[in-house]
Design a protein around this ligand. Structure first.
Ligand code: FES
Length: 190
């Protein structure tokens, strides 16, 4: 049986919870020099994105205009103004990976997911983002799925990864048969 505080939290509207978290971040950061970027990072880490509703509060706390805050959010592709999919797939677009097929892999990923960069597949599973070097230049094309690094990613390996991520969403948890696990092992040894 949950206590009264937990019941209160459970019945709180999600946007009120988000507002509380944003307020706590502002209290902790607003007096630091150059606080805007750390605040935006904290908000995105806490909520998964920087909601439009947060902009007035951030602007007010830092004595900036809303346009200035919005300008920073839209300048840095890292910041999202809407929730990401259940998995974020970052494909390396830098030179060494491009030299070994990253462009073709990117085209394949966009076709398979039916979305472009910084967008999410229609089923809400995968958000596709470009990234510029993952430190895996010797085993490109490289990508990061959540916190997992993968190298030597061919279109077929990408398809296996997408299938595995969706299987995870569906509760498929047998690691021995997980295509991501077997693919990563193989790639690590390359
Ligand atoms: S260029 Fe792709 S990982 Fe470095």
């Amino acid at each position: 049986m949950e206590g009264a505080a937990s019941e209160g939290a459970a019945t709180k509207a999600p946007d009120a919870e988000a507002a509380d978290r944003i307020a706590a971040i502002l209290r902790a950061r607003q007096h630091q020099p150059g606080a805007l970027l750390p605040i935006l990072h904290d908000v995105q880490d806490a909520l998964g994105f920087v909601p439009a509703d947060a902009v007035p509060a951030i602007a007010g706390a830092l004595n900036l205009s809303r346009a200035e805050v919005h300008g920073v959010i839209s300048f840095y592709h890292h910041f999202r103004d809407r929730p990401a999919g259940r998995h974020v797939l970052q494909l390396c677009r830098a030179e060494a990976c491009q030299a070994v097929g990253a462009d073709a892999l990117a085209d394949h990923a966009q076709r398979e997911l039916g979305c472009g960069w910084h967008q999410t597949s229609a089923d809400g599973a995968i958000t596709l983002e470009p990234v510029y070097c993952l430190g895996q230049c010797a085993v490109g094309p490289a990508l990061m799925a959540g916190t997992e690094l993968h190298g030597g990613v061919t279109p077929a390996r990408l398809d296996a990864l997408l299938t595995a991520l969706r299987q995870r969403d569906a509760g498929y948890d047998d690691a021995r048969q997980d295509p991501v696990a077997s693919m990563s092992d193989d790639e690590v040894s390359r």
